[in-house]
Structures are given as structure tokens and as C-alpha cells.
Write a protein that binds this ligand. Structure first.
Ligand SMILES: [Zn+2]
Ligand SMILES: [Zn+2]
Length: 267
């Protein structure tokens, strides 16, 4: 009796582990395939001459360390207590659950993206700048370099989307898929890709638009904060149109070697 119960528990755990490994493999392959696609596109339509290998080793180490810290912090903070608390406390109305999933996801992404815009603006003010300065040390901007963020930065920018997902009762499986999608958005906005979406530039962030955010030119300081939607920047008058001059302008603060660890953690 006891052995069959233990057997069933072990089997359930193994099935859970298998599905976790599977979802990691699927999302990892998707992310790599997207990175490969951006690599090809960047070679076809570059915004500026860049040296991808200049800081590559540094960024690989950063990504591994940051992923370990963020994964640990996310599981501990967001996916555990915080997620349960949010699920029980921030659901807008019970009737939301009966709305179609696509509608709930769209609304959650719009609200979450507004939250991201606000959080990003706050990270450009003194108390939170220390969590974000590391991201602004990128000098060669292309799809992979955008992953250079501090652990605290990654945690803070996940919060608005997570709260919005809980407000609209998005199931955990969809949240995981959206997280992969947001990773691809990060590749997209940092890609060295000369592209315009025409009138949709006023709705969606493009690589040239986010590149302005990284420029050290005076006109570009504290501008273009959005992540998915550019309409927040146009609405709150923080948008600066990209230009050829801004694309090639100087980018990135130097990081003192004794500051790397502090900046990586973001404290
Ligand atoms: Zn910023
Ligand atoms: Zn960026």
C-alpha cells in the first residue's frame, strides 16, 4: 500500500520533471532559433557597423550568472508566495475568467506593458538607477547584447507583466509561453536591424526606436522607455524619433572593474 503510494508520487514527480525539461528544451530551442534568425537579418540590413565579438565572452558569463540569480529569485519570490498572493488578490472581477483567453492575454499584455513603461521610467531615477545602469553599459547593440541586465532589473521588469497576468487570470502554461515571447521581444528591440513598420511605428517598438534609448546623445537621454508598445512614449511625450545620426551615436557607460559584481546584482 505504502510502496504503491510512494511509487505513484515518484511517477507524478518524474512526469512533472519531464514536462519541465521538455518545456525548457522547447523554449530554449525557440529562443536560439529566434536568435539565429535575427543574426541573419542583422547581416542583411544592419543599422550600424558593430563588433559582436568585442564583449561576447563577458556577456555570456553575465547571462549565465544573471539567469541563475534571476531563476532562483523568480522561483523563490514570484512563482511561489507572490504569485499565489497575487492570484488570490488582484483578479479584477470573477467574470473575467469566463472571457476568451486571447482577449485576457491581450489586455494583460497592454496593462503589463504600461506597467513596464512606468517601472522603466522609475529605474531612470536615482533610487532605482543602480538596478538598471548595467543595461546601459552595452556599447555594441545587437540581439544578444540586450540580455545584459542586472538580476534586480530582470526581477523588477517582470513584476508588471506578472501582476497583469494574475489580474486577468492567465493560466500558468500561457504565462510560460508569454515569458518566452517576451524574451523574443528583447531580441527584437535590441537587434541591429534597419527596419520600419510604417504607421505601426507609433504603436510598436522597433529596433531603431529602442536604439535611441541607449544613445548618449543629449536629445535621447531618458527617452523611448517602452518595451512592446511605443504608444506609451508618444502618449506621455517621451518619444524621440530614430535617425541615422542617433543610430550611430555613442552608446553605453563604461563599467569600472570593481563595480561589475555590484552592477550585475543591481544593488
Ligand atoms: Zn533604460
Ligand atoms: Zn535596452
Amino acid at each position: 500500500m505504502l510502496s504503491s503510494l510512494v511509487g505513484r508520487l515518484l511517477k507524478a514527480k518524474l512526469v512533472g520533471l519531464n514536462s519541465m525539461v521538455m518545456s525548457l528544451l522547447v523554449s530554449g530551442s525557440l529562443v536560439l532559433a529566434t536568435g539565429g534568425l535575427f543574426h541573419v537579418l542583422e547581416n542583411k540590413r544592419p543599422l550600424e557597423e558593430i563588433n559582436r565579438t568585442k564583449h561576447l565572452k563577458f556577456d555570456i558569463v553575465v547571462v549565465v550568472l544573471s539567469a541563475l540569480m534571476v531563476a532562483g529569485l523568480t522561483v523563490w519570490l514570484l512563482d511561489g508566495f507572490v504569485r499565489i498572493w497575487l492570484t488570490n488578490n488582484v483578479l479584477l472581477f470573477d467574470s473575467i475568467v469566463s472571457q476568451p483567453l486571447w482577449l485576457r492575454i491581450t489586455l494583460a499584455l497592454v496593462i503589463g506593458d504600461l506597467g513596464y513603461y512606468i517601472a522603466h521610467r522609475l529605474m531612470h531615477t536615482p533610487p532605482l538607477w543602480r538596478t538598471h545602469v548595467f543595461h546601459h553599459s552595452i556599447q555594441e547593440i545587437y540581439w544578444f547584447s540586450g540580455l545584459r541586465t542586472s538580476a534586480m532589473n530582470s526581477l523588477i521588469i517582470r513584476l508588471p507583466y506578472l501582476v497583469a497576468m494574475c489580474m486577468f487570470a492567465i493560466p500558468a502554461s500561457a504565462v510560460a509561453a508569454i515569458a518566452v515571447g517576451l524574451g523574443m521581444v528583447n531580441f527584437w528591440v535590441h537587434s541591429n536591424l534597419n527596419i520600419s513598420l510604417g504607421p505601426l511605428n507609433y504603436l510598436f517598438i522597433t529596433p531603431p526606436f529602442h536604439r535611441v534609448h541607449h544613445s548618449m546623445a543629449e536629445i535621447a537621454i531618458d527617452r523611448n522607455f517602452g518595451n512592446i508598445l511605443s504608444c506609451w512614449d508618444y502618449l506621455f511625450r517621451t518619444a524621440v524619433e530614430p535617425s541615422a545620426e542617433l543610430n550611430i551615436s555613442e552608446k553605453g557607460f563604461d563599467v569600472e572593474s570593481n563595480q561589475v559584481v555590484r552592477q550585475l546584482v543591481g544593488l
